[in-house]
Design a protein around this ligand. Structure first.
Ligand SMILES: [Fe+2]
Length: 410
């Protein structure tokens, strides 16, 4: 970035297509995921106006192919016509409706993987039934199950991770406008992508420290085991075999096990590669603390075109959003809340259940606020989100939140 091209402007002078290179405040104190971005819509400008008085634009950068009516969409990621899925359920209803299905899906996923560990053939019917429940809920409203992907237990990492990747992949496919059948397929690919890990010895799979070269080879072999297990299952969607084999391949050709070049990596493998990395980064592991969703999305953005397909990486950022459901957020007032639902119109203004005051003392009853009301001054700007914190911060556990039924309150 050349300093010669930097122009200081008041936010009232911003126009769609300008490249914002610097803010008058810390990036971390704003909802902007990426340092340096094009203003793609009027909404982007309004968001900048809420947080800044002046910014610096880079006049040498011209906006590449911007859609004035919304975000850049990957246009050629799939040949099928793009489907639109309106939200068909109220978020609180959907939470109630899907909580039981989610619990059953967790149990089923765990027993499916346990069976494989014990040498039994994959129960493809159970896998398909689990995926179907997830697809139906995500089609109605993706935020309820996305919220539940945060309810993981470290001791059941592989089962929780498999189900989370299934759910996130279906939500991603919904965002990309896939048909219902493709959603079923991508969900199955997500659920079974790591099934080969059931053939990796536990002491290698759960080793807290760095893996030795030999152990690393055993771990990487889960892709080959996965392919073989799914091939022997018979009567299974063949795309799932490809994804189990290829989800660690990289766009720059440096992945494993085959070092495939980009043109040889299927769309579904590219999708699962991104979703897998995101879910793994946001989980607490014995060798690494969980990253916030913002930190994980930044890494995916930085690795676009290297580890990840560039257009899909951007589309995934859009799917998850700035404040994914279940995020623990600090408001400008210092209050702490949990994101319940994303706004369809304002990416940075979710619906939040506020549970702690500025001194981090619990409110007697959580209060739910729609932050979009800051747009019309019905709600003070003090209710804008300042930053995201990892699950468990301030003693807030999503699992407790869920089990205490706090979502039923409105
Ligand atoms: Fe894997």
């Amino acid at each position: 970035m050349s300093l010669n091209n930097m122009i200081e402007v008041r936010v009232s002078e911003l126009r769609v297509g300008m490249y914002v290179a610097k803010l008058d405040r810390e990036w971390l104190d704003t909802p902007f995921l990426i340092q340096g971005f094009y203003l793609e819509s009027q909404e982007d400008i309004e968001t900048v106006c809420q947080y800044c008085k002046k910014v610096w634009i880079d006049a040498s950068r011209k906006a590449p192919g911007i859609h004035l009516d919304g975000r850049n969409k990957p246009t050629d990621t799939h040949s099928a016509p793009v489907k639109k899925y309106p939200r068909k359920s109220d978020i609180f209803q959907e939470h109630k409706r899907s909580a039981k299905a989610f619990g059953q899906a967790r149990t089923l996923t765990k027993s499916l993987l346990d069976d494989v560990r014990l040498g039994e053939v994959i129960n493809t019917q159970a896998a398909e039934a689990t995926v179907n429940e997830c697809v139906q809920s995500v089609m109605r409203h993706p935020d309820a199950l996305m919220w539940m992907t945060r309810l993981r237990k470290e001791s059941e990492y592989t089962a929780d991770h498999s189900l989370n990747v299934c759910i996130l992949a279906v939500a991603f496919g919904r965002h990309l406008g896939m048909s219902e059948q493709d959603l079923q397929h991508i969900g199955l690919c997500g659920l079974l992508h790591d099934v080969g890990k059931m053939r990796v010895p536990d002491d290698v799979l759960n080793k807290p420290g760095k893996l030795l070269p030999k152990e690393m080879r055993m771990m990487m072999a889960h892709t080959v085991h996965g392919r073989n297990l799914l091939l022997s299952a018979g009567n299974i969607y063949t795309g799932a075999v490809d994804v189990a084999y290829s989800h660690h391949e990289r766009i720059d050709g440096q992945g494993y096990p085959r070092k495939l070049t980009a043109d040889k990596i299927s769309l579904f493998s590219r999708i699962i590669c991104i979703v897998d990395a995101y879910d793994a980064m946001t989980a607490d592991r014995c060798y690494q603390a969980a990253k916030t969703s913002t930190e994980a999305l930044k890494i995916i953005y930085e690795e676009r075109g290297k580890q990840f397909d560039e257009r899909l990486a951007i589309a995934f950022l859009e799917t998850v959003g700035l404040y994914p459901p279940g995020s623990i957020v600090e408001l400008c007032s210092g209050d702490i809340g949990v994101v319940i639902e994303n706004s369809q119109n304002y990416r940075h203004l979710p619906i939040v259940s506020v549970v702690l005051d500025a001194d981090k003392t619990p409110y007697p009853k959580p209060q739910t606020y729609n932050l979009a009301m800051t747009q019309t001054d019905e709600l003070s700007k003090e209710y804008l989100v300042k930053r995201v914190h990892p699950d468990g911060s301030f003693g807030l556990s999503l699992r407790d939140f869920h089990e205490k039924g706090l979502l039923n309150y409105r």
